[in-house]
Design a binder for this molecule. Sequence first.
Ligand SMILES: C[S@@+](CC[C@H](N)C(=O)[O-])C[C@H]1O[C@@H](n2cnc3c(N)ncnc32)[C@H](O)[C@@H]1O
Ligand SMILES: [Zn+2]
Length: 338
Amino acid sequence: MGHPYCCPLCKQPLIEETQHYTCGKCARQYRQFAGIPNFKPQEIYPGEERVLEDIAQKYDRMSFLELLEYADSRPEKNILPWELRRCLRFASKDRQSQQECLANYTRDTIARPGADQMHVTLKLLGYGRGQNNFRRCLDIGCGRGPWAVAAAAGYKEIFALDMDMSSLVLARKYCQEQGLTNIRFLSASSSALPFAENYFDLVNSQAVLEHVDNQPGTLREIQRVLAPGGYFTGDSVNTWNLFTPEPHVNIRLIGFLPKSWGHKLSLKLRDFPYDDLQPLTYVQLQKMLRDAFGSHYQIIPFVELPQKSLTQSVMKRLPTGFLNWFTHTHYILAGKQG
Ligand SMILES: C[S@@+](CC[C@H](N)C(=O)[O-])C[C@H]1O[C@@H](n2cnc3c(N)ncnc32)[C@H](O)[C@@H]1O
Ligand SMILES: [Zn+2]
């Protein structure tokens, strides 16, 4: 079977060679690491190539659990902010808690979040024409793979894409050990997708948009690769969230502060940056979706929270117009006209 990739920059077909792909037009080369093609035109942090070579070497001789422990204990400071957060959290635990994390990894990182995200996808699709007989899907910003793994049971062919290769390596190893064969992993930027237009029936991206550097470009790329009649399901944390602590830094109402104040507060209280996140307000999200999808989108403020709570019952009584502005998360259903 041929490969489906095109050059992420000039969108021309790629020629497959043993360890890399070459663009027939601009001659750029894209290498593979641990069986995962890397379609990012440059390193996303200094020394990324060296890290990838190291991980690729370990891939074949380590089990999934060994790779996981290695990845979560990495000491480098020049890794991505969200990876660093995870590593610091893991490193600060005692040995017994670390073992518990590893033992519960599948449930906590893959199965539960995957089931929750698939629930969101199916619910959003229900707002469309109820169609759900998709064959080819793309998960953008798949991370360690929860949505893709959940989707593997119901969809024929899944592509799982992330900028961060070390997450992909783990996800691929996990799927190999679980015998899941219908997911292909690739590293690329969400705003330069290495696929031809009209390629996917369904594109999903959850817990990602606020991390992305080029949000308008990402939404335009999603629209481009969707086939006519296809759908995008996604979410975006709301800047003006009245109801829950901001999920990345766990501080209430931080989005109402000027960004630089929020950043300083987060550094002071949590020792974590806030300025690497780009949450959107309702109006900002509307504009970006309109630019990419015209009128073919809906923003839906679900009121479901992980636990039933007083906040949730309050939210249920509020009018949609108010929730659109002040909910914790905007859920998105967008489509390409058939
Ligand atoms: C909070 S994680 C969510 C991962 C996964 N969707 C989940 O729910 O577990 C955000 C992910 O977005 C990825 N990401 C951020 N910017 C990206 C971009 N421009 N292109 C592709 N992936 C990106 C990160 O590498 C990270 O894995
Ligand atoms: Zn090219």
